[in-house]
Design a protein around this ligand. Structure first.
Ligand code: SF4
Length: 274
């Protein structure tokens, strides 16, 4: 059996960076889980005594707080600073960028339009930097209902689809006097997706490793399933079933953006053993 790894898979730059920051700050507390992977969270706890807090109440003063890749609202950041917490900011630079754009464009009097999910922590953080009118649209339909001013600054949540973003930009540019478009979409997810798409067309069986409740892993699985009927989504090597591999010669392997390399290696080794 040959095992082929996708050209891009697993952790993105922002998550790798956040994990390194957590490892460099033993005994710290992350504000929300760093990634959607229970095993990696458990490893950080076991080896580095890094805990997770789901809210900002009752935080111990003697431990450093790590802001995760999604960022947090400006007011939360300020509150924690005022309480003299030691804050380590692991906000991904690709998320920090739209926060700064929103702050600046708002100051210059632009109406902010964010293409994103209102409930997503990243979007909540980004819009918190606005000081003027701000709207969030989840899709093109919502955009059409907006009351538009003359000057618009458009940004996107990092994980949104570029095609819809382009449609929104074009709609706005036909209707408003001035539109500033900032493409703040991050390519990490798409790089993993296009590599999975390519690989799953070339193999007999495809294994996707990642959290079953992670939306980007499920997306990867759907892409692979479309090209390769024998695609399987697993969280660890223990779920591999020998019968899946009968009569197969080439196995493709990819992993969601929250899957650490050590889990992928374990899966790869087990497949080779089978
Ligand atoms: S913005 Fe991109 S690189 Fe940063 S954490 Fe999100 S997916 Fe990863």
């Amino acid at each position: 059996m040959e095992v082929r790894l996708a050209q891009n898979y697993g952790f993105c730059f922002g998550v790798k960076r956040a994990i390194k920051i957590a490892q460099d700050h033993r005994n710290s507390i992350t504000l929300g889980p760093l990634i959607h992977n229970a095993k990696e969270i458990a490893r950080l706890k076991e080896k580095f005594n890094v805990d997770v807090s789901e809210n900002l109440e009752n935080l111990p003063q003697d431990r450093k707080l790590i802001v995760r890749t999604h960022g947090i609202p400006k007011s939360d950041f300020k509150n924690l600073q005022e309480q003299n917490f030691q804050i380590i900011d692991a906000t991904c630079p690709y998320v920090r960028k739209p926060q700064m754009i929103v702050e600046q464009m708002s100051k210059e009097g632009y109406q902010i339009v964010v293409f994103g999910d209102r409930e997503h922590p990243e979007v909540k953080g980004v819009v918190s930097y606005a000081t003027g009118p701000t709207d969030i649209v989840a899709d093109f339909e919502e955009l059409q209902k907006l009351q538009l001013g003359k000057k618009i600054a458009l940004i996107s949540q990092t994980t949104k689809q570029p095609e819809i973003f382009a449609k929104i930009a074009s709609f706005l540019s036909m209707r408003c006097t001035e539109v500033r478009v900032f493409n703040t979409i991050c390519n990490a997810t798409f790089d993993n997706q296009s590599a999975a798409d390519k690989l799953s067309k070339e193999v007999d069986i495809m294994i996707i490793v990642g959290g079953k409740n992670s939306s980007n892993t499920k997306q990867l699985f759907n892409i692979c399933k479309n090209n390769c009927a024998d695609s399987f989504l697993i969280e660890s090597e223990s779920e591999l079933d020998k019968s899946w591999f009968e009569g197969k010669k080439v196995c493709g392997l990819t992993a969601g953006a929250s899957t650490p390399d050590w889990i992928i290696t374990k899966v790869q080794n087990k497949i080779l053993k089978i």
